[in-house]
Ligand binder design. Structure first.
Ligand code: ADP
Ligand code: MG
Length: 284
């Protein structure tokens, strides 16, 4: 689905004559592959280059050096721009900046309309997308009156209606309360499982990462760790160095290990921790 080869990006600032005054490297020689249908989580401290990398996936940015392919299309190839944008949809942090329609169903229809989809099919897509995110009954509402989580689900429906193969969500739950967060994450998981859409979720909420197929960790523009959630979260010390949290159960298991409890590495959930502790009790 996605292949990055040596992707590097420098932000340049110009002086008044239009000469490059300074350069800031935001992404540094990143190599990675994402398979179709995967649920990917991306972690990293603020300023580590996550958003900059994400913007490469739908060709909002193109690499200063290196190459990125989406479904085999080079994002530098301008003749593929629309195909790339249609294949890889983006959802950002603030739903208010993404919703433009005054009625929910209109808003969701804008994307396919821009793609030149015939009217009958637009309405069909609007209906199925709103149903997929659980917002169909709000189709005649004004987006202004919705909660943050509901707005974000409408924004996701808007992307869905373009029939992308892949959705990139850049901290979509950062501005939501716990309830809104849960509804958005459940929606995203469902799209991944039931519709087979590749999901790339940038987040700093660890509980959103636990069920991912694969995790990438960025630091200062570099891809510094990658693996399954279990592989990544079993490296508690390294994550601490990168100023990242670990799931609570993982941290507790780690502290218990340090006190001499023979628990296995990479415990991710409370259930797993309880199970391990009960096993221990049996052995002792
Ligand atoms: P993240 O999403 O992980 O917080 P970003 O990709 O937003 O990281 O930023 C990576 C680095 O690039 C940071 O040092 C940030 O200050 C810098 N940066 C981001 N956007 C711009 C911009 N438009 N102009 C200049 N520098 C930027
Ligand atoms: Mg960001």
């Amino acid at each position: 689905m996605i292949r990055a080869e040596n992707v590097t990006f420098d932000y340049e600032s110009m002086d008044e004559e239009g000469n490059v005054e300074s350069r800031k490297r935001a992404v540094n020689h990143v190599n990675l592959e994402i398979q179709s249908g995967q649920f990917i989580a991306v972690l990293g401290h603020n300023g580590s280059g996550k958003s900059t990398f994400a913007k490469h996936i739908n060709a909002l940015l193109t690499p200063t050096e290196g190459t990125l392919w989406v479904e085999g299309m080079n994002t530098r190839d301008e003749s593929e721009l629309w195909n790339i944008r249609q294949n890889a949809g983006m959802v950002f942090q603030n739903p208010d900046n993404q919703i433009i329609g005054t009625i929910v169903e209109e808003d969701v229809g804008f994307g396919p309309e821009n793609l030149g989809v015939p009217t009958d099919e637009i309405w069909q897509r609007v209906e199925e997308s709103l149903k997929a995110v659980g917002m169909y009954k709000y189709r005649k509402h004004s987006p202004n009156k919705l909660s943050g989580g509901q707005k974000q689900r409408v924004a996701i429906a808007g992307v869905m209606a373009m029939h992308p193969r892949c959705i990139v969500l850049d901290e979509p739950t950062a501005m939501l309360d716990p309830h809104g967060r849960k509804s958005v994450i459940e929606t995203v998981k469902k799209l991944n499982k039931e519709e087979g859409i590749t999901v790339i979720l940038i987040t700093h909420y660890m509980e959103e990462v636990i069920e991912a197929d694969h995790v990438f960790v960025m630091d200062d523009g570099n891809l510094v760790m990658d693996g399954t959630p279990r592989e990544v979260f079993s490296q508690v010390e390294k994550l601490k160095e990168l100023r990242l949290d670990v799931p609570q159960a993982t941290l507790l298991a780690y502290e218990l290990q340090k006190k001499g409890f023979p628990l296995r590495d990479g415990i991710l959930s409370n259930e797993e921790l309880v199970e391990e502790l009960c096993q221990l009790k049996l052995k002792m």
